[in-house]
Design a protein around this ligand. Structure first.
Ligand code: UTP
Length: 226
């Protein structure tokens, strides 16, 4: 059975307006796909993480403490997805890669959030992809691919259907200050998928049909990095 890591951005799982129907549909799809694939899902923090991090920063928290706050939120989001997945999933968010790999021996789906301060769940999904020997990593995010420029600011920005690892590194490393809402993949995550040549697919996480095709390795609407 092939192994696939799916990274679900927090903004997809916990959008501005609550959307339980989406989480239910996503869980049904993951359960179905887990009959043909070993699935690991990494969940981001979204607006709840941003809320606490902003608040904590105003209260004088240092950045790595605030990262720990973010990690806690990713694990709460992971628990929500685990609740929707039911029996198919390991019952708690794995906190380490070792735990995730061990749990996957007895469970169809393993969900995790963040691990350590200093990066985002993009990097976690890339490291997990390495450790689990994943054939591909799916970045289910709030954009439908990698663009030549920020599509929200530049109407002439074009979606790139295929990107190589060097181009991915160039795109992700040139962004000042590291991660942020317009960064398609965090720089550490990009370095890791590049060094292990893990095929990475960027797809809009709300488009379940395209997400399913991306996970299965079929043709899809988005960007493939390889
Ligand atoms: P996310 O992975 O959701 O980060 O983790 P993000 O890219 O800022 O959020 P999206 O993709 O736009 O929704 C939320 C926060 O948790 C901390 C970081 O502070 C991150 O910004 N975090 C997460 C870590 O420090 N380490 C981790 O392994 C994961």
């Amino acid at each position: 059975m092939d192994t696939v890591v799916v990274s679900i951005g927090g903004s997809i799982l916990v959008p501005d307006d609550d959307d339980t129907a989406y989480v239910k549909e996503l869980a049904v799809m993951f359960r179905e796909l887990s009959k043909q694939l070993k699935l690991y899902v990494v969940v981001g923090g979204g607006r709840i993480a941003r809320y606490y991090i902003t608040l904590g920063r105003e209260l004088g928290g240092d950045e790595s403490y605030l990262d720990d706050v973010g990690i806690e939120v990713t694990r709460i989001n992971a628990r929500m997805l685990i609740t929707a997945l039911g029996e198919a999933a390991y019952h708690i968010p794995a906190e380490t890669f070792d735990e995730a790999i061990s749990a996957a021996k007895a469970h169809d789906i393993v969900v995790m959030g963040g691990t350590h301060p200093g990066h985002t769940t993009d990097a976690v999904s890339a490291m997990l992809g390495e450790r689990a020997g994943a054939v591909r990593l799916i970045n289910a995010t709030s954009v439908d691919g990698i663009y030549t420029d920020d599509p929200n600011k530049n109407p002439d920005a074009e979606r790139l259907a295929n990107v190589n690892f060097d181009q991915l590194l160039e795109i992700c490393l040139k962004v000042k200050g590291g991660a942020g809402p317009n960064v398609v993949f965090d720089p550490l995550g990009a370095k890791i998928v590049a060094r292990s040549k893990i095929e990475t697919r960027v797809v809009h996480g709300r488009n379940l049909e395209e997400l399913r095709k991306a996970i299965l390795g079929q043709e899809f609407y988005g960007t493939t990095v390889r």
